[in-house]
Design a protein around this ligand. Structure first.
Ligand code: IFM
Length: 791
């Protein structure tokens, strides 16, 4: 190698070094130390996931120590094979690396760790690792890695590896490749499902290529990578690419000198046949290699710079600053980071565990529309649209669900994957320890209206008429038709029998308040939209009516059902009965929490008999009041809060954020803050002891909502902004911005002022209600109003 070329390489290394410089500490999530065989290995893998919403990679250690559960997941790639139902497929890995000296691998489980740390830089979306191993022969070596998947180009990833033999010189082998020997976890311990079969494995002078196909749907996943030594090339003795079965390994042997560092880099491309035009999809190797060549030509530093620029923009859009409470700020940042690495740039599913693991098999629940979607609606409307488009595209599956259960219209699946047909497993999910039949797929029908709630909220905040006319209306009408066939007429009234509400401790119940209230609203909305669009876009309505054979009198029938659907609330106290007969159940309240602060079930109550008690799993009536805040008075909310809060076991990650926001609504502020911190720290502190199985995406979205809708008290209506901020004492300032119908709303709240500025293309005056008082806000002008929450 010439001196000139080698100085070019040094420059490249220095350039990436500069780009990889760590951000300041408030942007870092640090995980220090390593405990062999402990659960923390997998918990850290979940927490340290990097991604871009198309492809996400768990933060596994490159040498994959025993007990690891590394994995890469691609949005929307599901397969069934021997599994009970379709599940998110673990894809071939490209981030595995192993370093050997004299037939001994440097691995955290067999070498001593003199130091070990993984650092997630949330500002840049990069995961770093630094480990100094001492092997059984006393050889000390430092391994440093950095990995990322690009935000500006979802198909590309990058990894840099640096090794330094600290107290020895000699031949070191560094291996990395493409690993197709990957399995999903099975239902029982040690059971595994194989979802992929080998299609093609090839090597060229500068690349390796692996193509695998999902066994059921035949989706082809292509991975191409270049793996090379960057500096110290003259030290390279051998480069041996090897293919073992479904694994490609590229082995580089170097003559290493004590104290010198050697840097390697891997450029990877990942795509599926779904990502390329049909006529090119039968030549995936060509697609992937072309892409890789182009990537190699551009060079990593240019790509990394672009990636960091995109991250800068994402944070400038979505960051929320809390001054005075570092713990809250750090936790919220982490949750926003999770939302950012899972935002879909194309229509596609968002599962209850995001793309962080196979937990809940990657399925999509109501978590998406009720808990996760609002962040995207208020920050990245096009991503929100993509989330809803997934539901729209799976309407045919929802129609089949309705048909299969003997109803009309469309019934969104309780658990959804590729087609929208219900994929709820028949037996208890892997997250629960016991095996029992699951009824949620047959009975948890509130999902149907939860999706529509998401549609309405999206439309209200964005005003996206085209989505409404081309997708939303059809979703609203077909699901309204489902309810019209699902209700039971009892005398002059309608009822909904045999459901499970959000509280899943009680199955086969009649007239769950949350469900019935949502259905009332949904049917009314359907009728109103029918009338409204009949006037504003009659042609579009006529076309849709023809497509779904909508009879003229159907909408009026929906309104009639809405009016006469049962809903039970004590007229004197305002207390809502969660379902028929709930008040007749044995009464218990949750006693003192355990030493971790978790609610403890009263003596004698267990998961087999809990359905005979008034104890509930998660917010139910309270969530209804949160979603429809203007339909219930503060007194009604308080009565229900006081009743249900001591009876809620919070055995779901969806519960705490609801109690945080409802706590603020009824001035239970200390409690609200406590619940907020639980939500915000849900995975960071492994609150439910199952973070190894993936991120709790609903609590991630819920913690953002608790700050924006809860503490800032922000509601965006179609024509006005409503604000009721209240800040905890130690929060000196809360500031953020949200998107509202092509405008940017900037809010800055302190204990004395509420500052608001609405940036817009044109100057207009918009109404804003603060603590119930109306103001007129001119766009592009700053306003400072008084902060004065009720005592
Ligand atoms: O959707 C939730 C449900 O409400 C409670 N069990 C877990 C599901 C997925 O998060």
């Amino acid at each position: 190698m010439t001196g000139q070329a080698s100085s070019g390489v040094e420059r490249l290394v220095a350039e990436t070094d500069a780009l990889f410089e760590l951000s300041s500490k408030e942007w870092l999530l640090r995980k220090k130390g390593f405990r062999k065989g402990s659960k923390s290995i997998q918990i850290n893998e979940t927490l340290l996931t990097v991604g871009n919403g198309y492809l996400n990679i768990r933060g596994s250690l490159e040498e994959l120590p025993p007990g690891h559960c590394g994995g890469m997941y691609l949005s929307g790639i599901y397969d069934k094979s021997e599994a009970d139902v379709e599940e998110l497929v673990k894809c071939p890995m490209w981030t595995d690396v192993s370093v050997w000296y004299e037939d001994e691998k440097f691995c955290l489980s067999c070498s001593r760790a003199l130091e070990h740390e993984q650092v997630l830089d949330m500002k840049k979306g990069i995961l770093h690792r630094r480990t100094t191993f001492k092997n059984s022969h006393g050889k000390i070596l430092t391994l440093e890695t950095s990995r990322l998947v690009f935000m500006h180009d979802a198909h590309r990833g990058y990894m840099r590896v640096r090794i330094t033999p600290v107290n020895f010189s000699g031949q070191i082998r560094v291996l990395s490749g493409l690993n197709g020997e990957v399995f999903n976890r099975g239902f029982f311990p040690h059971e595994q499902y194989k979802h992929l079969q080998l299609e093609k494995i090839e090597r060229g002078r500068n690349f390796m290529y692996l193509e695998m196909k999902t066994r059921e749907r035949g989706i082809r996943i292509a991975e191409a990578a270049s793996w090379k030594m960057m500096n110290g090339q003259e030290r390279r003795r051998r480069w041996e690419p090897r293919i073992y079965g479904e694994k490609f390994t590229s082995e580089i042997t170097i003559d290493a000198s004590q104290g010198e560092s050697y840097t390697f880099e891997k450029l990877a491309v990942v795509m599926t046949n779904r990502d390329v035009p049909v006529d090119r999809a039968n030549n995936m190797i060509r697609e992937a290699i072309c892409n890789l060549r182009c990537y190699v030509r551009t060079g990593a530093p240019v790509e990394i710079k672009r990636h960091i620029d995109v991250w800068r923009n994402l944070w400038s859009r979505a960051d929320v600053r809390i001054e005075g409470d570092d713990a809250a700020q750090q936790a919220l940042r982490y949750n926003i980071y999770q939302l950012l690495i899972n935002g879909p740039s194309k229509p596609g599913p968002i599962g209850a565990k995001f793309l962080s693991s196979e937990g809940y098999m990657g399925h999509v629940f109501w978590d998406t529309e009720i808990f996760i979607l609002p962040f995207y609606i208020h920050n990245f409307p096009s991503m929100a649209r993509n989330i809803l488009m997934y539901r729209c595209n799976t309407l045919p599956g929802a129609i089949r669900n309705a048909e299969k259960s003997g109803y009309d219209g469309a019934r969104f699946a309780w658990e959804s994957a590729t087609t929208g047909e219900d994929v709820t497993p028949r037996f208890a999910s892997k997250l629960e320890k016991t095996i029992r039949l699951i009824y949620t797929g047959a009975e948890e029908d509130h999902i149907v209206s939860d999706v529509i709630y998401g549609v309405e909220r999206y439309f209200r905040v964005t005003g996206d008429e085209s989505f409404l006319l081309h997708c939303g209306l059809e979703m609203v009408f077909l699901t309204a038709r489902f309810w019209a066939s699902r209700v039971t007429k009892v005398g002059e009234h309608y009822e909904i029998h045999k459901v499970i509400g959000p509280d899943e401790f009680h199955e086969h119940v009649n007239n769950n308040a949350y469900t019935n209230w949502l259905v009332k609203w949904h049917l009314r909305l359907a009728t109103m939209l029918f009338r409204h669009v009949g006037k504003t876009a009659p042609e579009a309505l006529r076309e849709l009516a023809g497509k779904i054979s909508l009879a003229d009198d159907e909408p009026e029938h929906w309104l009639d059902i809405s009016r006469r659907l049962k809903f039970t609330q004590d007229p004197e106290t305002g207390l809502v009965e969660q379902f028929d007969g709930y008040f007749d159940l044995k009464d218990y309240v949750i006693g003192h929490p355990d030493r971790f602060g978790h609610p403890v079930l009263p003596p004698g109550v267990n998961y087999r008999n809990i359905g005979r008690t008034r104890l509930i799993k998660q917010a139910d009536v309270l969530l209804m009041m949160l979603l429809f805040p203007h339909c219930f008075s503060v007194e009604e909310k308080k009565v229900n809060y006081d009743f249900y809060e001591p009876r809620t076991a919070h055995k779901s990650s969806l519960s705490h954020c609801t109690y945080a926001m409802m706590g603020l609504a009824v001035s239970e502020r200390a409690n609200a803050y406590r619940y907020f911190m639980k939500t915000a720290l849900f995975d960071l502190e492994n609150l439910h002891n199952n973070t190894e199985l993936g991120i709790h995406a609903a609590s991630v979205g819920g913690s953002w909502q608790a700050v924006i809708h809860g503490f800032a008290g922000l509601t965006l209506k179609s024509d006005r902004i409503v604000l009721t901020p209240w800040l905890p004492k130690k929060w000196k300032r809360l500031s953020f911005r949200v998107r509202w119908r092509e405008r940017d709303v900037h809010l800055d709240i302190t204990h004395s002022e509420v500052s608001i500025r609405i940036d817009a293309v044109s100057d207009v005056t918009l109404p804003c209600t603060l603590y119930g008082q109306n103001y007129k806000i001119r766009t592009n002008k700053p306003y400072t109003l008084q902060y004065c929450p009720s005592k």
